[in-house]
Write a protein that binds this ligand. Sequence first.
Ligand SMILES: [Ca+2]
Length: 145
Amino acid sequence: MGVVIIDGSTVRDFVSDEPEFNKSVDEQFVSLDLNKDGVLSRTELRKAFQTMRLIESHFGIDVATTAEQLSQLYDSIFDKFDCDRSGTVDREEFRSEMKKILLAIADGLGSSPIQMVLEDDDPTFLKQAADLEASKLAKLQSSNA
Ligand SMILES: [Ca+2]
C-alpha cells in the first residue's frame, strides 16, 4: 500500500501517451471480458466499474447511494460506452470512453493535487497514471544527476 499524489496533468499525461494508454486499456479490457467473446456485456462492464471503483471514488460527490440508483448509474454508463447501440462494448468503444472519462477526471482535478491511498496491486487507471508519472520523474532525476 502506498500514497500517491496526482493532479489533472498526471492523468492527462497518461491519456496522451497513446501506446502506453492503449496497452493499459487493452489489458483492462481483456481482463474484463470474462467470457472471452471479445466484447463487454452490460454485466461485465458493471463488474468492471465495481472493480475499478471509479464510480464510488471519482465520479463526483454524492453519487448514487442506493442499489437502485447505482443500477441506474451503471446502465447510463453502459449506454455511453455502447456508442453504436449494439448491446455490447467493443475494444474501440472502451478505449474512447475510458479516454473521455479520464480526461473528465483530469478536468475535475485541475491543478489541485489529490492524495490517494492505493494498494500495490491496485488495478485502477489512476494508479497506472501515477506510476507513469513516478517513472518519468525518476528518469528526469537520473538524467539531471
Ligand atoms: Ca464478453
